[in-house]
Design a protein around this ligand. Structure first.
Ligand SMILES: *[C@@H]1O[C@H](CO)[C@@H](O)[C@H](O)[C@H]1NC(C)=O
Length: 221
């Protein structure tokens, strides 16, 4: 019995010695392989070092800001009387006509508001055309509701625009209030379902520009 045990011990220690030798050889061959592949990889790792272009990413930031200082002082004065002077100035910039009277500025502001709702609409259409598999059912149905709200808001903006030439400020204010409510309704839907709104920025901007329109319209009364 003892002899058999000793034999076993011997076999085990021999096999472990063998496997040690094997593994030593394996380590050596892995080492030599890796030193070869390191040489092979050297040219492959070159491209990444040629791609970073820090100068390119800095370029676009420089352009938008300097122009904001050149807005007509009469328009700035009107914008200063809305709650959001900076947003007022930047959002009407694409619609400047050279006129600076409040009615003309109001027409520019309503175009800016239209543009912000159109942007929200474009975003909701983009999201609906590229369904996110991770999105919940409530988010999907909420996007549908928001789209309805935006269609309604765009219609109200049309009616508000038509009310300006006749100075029907009652209709104007009612229509712009409807635009603000539509965008807020979209946001409230997400809050109700405790979902993060993917349209928050769009809705908030449209609501603020709507509020700017109401403030300018007050100057006409
Ligand atoms: C809003 O913008 C759309 C698209 O540019 C345009 O067709 C529409 O006439 C605009 N509505 C108003 C009230 O400016």
């Amino acid at each position: 019995m003892m002899k058999l045990f000793n034999h076993l011990i011997l076999i085990i220690s021999l096999s472990s010695l063998l496997s040690f030798l094997y593994s030593a050889e394996a380590v050596l061959s892995v080492y030599s392989l890796s030193s070869f592949s390191k040489d092979d990889q050297a040219p492959v790792s070159l491209p990444p070092t040629t791609s970073p272009a820090p100068s390119e990413s800095e370029a676009p930031e420089a352009s938008p800001s300097p122009a904001s200082s050149t807005i007509d002082p009469a328009i700035k004065k009107i914008c200063d009387r809305t709650g959001y002077s900076e947003l007022c100035q930047s959002s009407i910039r694409p619609y400047l006509t050279g006129k600076t009277d409040p009615v003309s500025v109001l027409e520019m502001a309503i175009k800016a508001c239209n543009s912000s709702v159109q942007a929200a609409m474009a975003e909701v259409n983009r999201m609906m055309s590229e369904p996110n598999k991770d999105a919940s059912k409530t988010t999907a149905s909420q996007l549908e509701s928001c789209k309805e709200n935006y269609i309604d808001a765009i219609d109200s903006l049309e009616k508000a625009t038509k009310a300006i030439p006749t100075r029907d400020m009652n209709t104007f204010n009612t229509m712009i209030s409807a635009v603000i409510t539509d965008c807020d309704t979209c946001e409230q839907g997400f809050i109700e379902f405790e979902e993060e709104s993917p349209l928050k920025q769009y809705d908030e901007t449209a609501e603020k520009i709507g509020s700017i329109c109401l403030s300018i319209s007050k100057l006409l009364e």
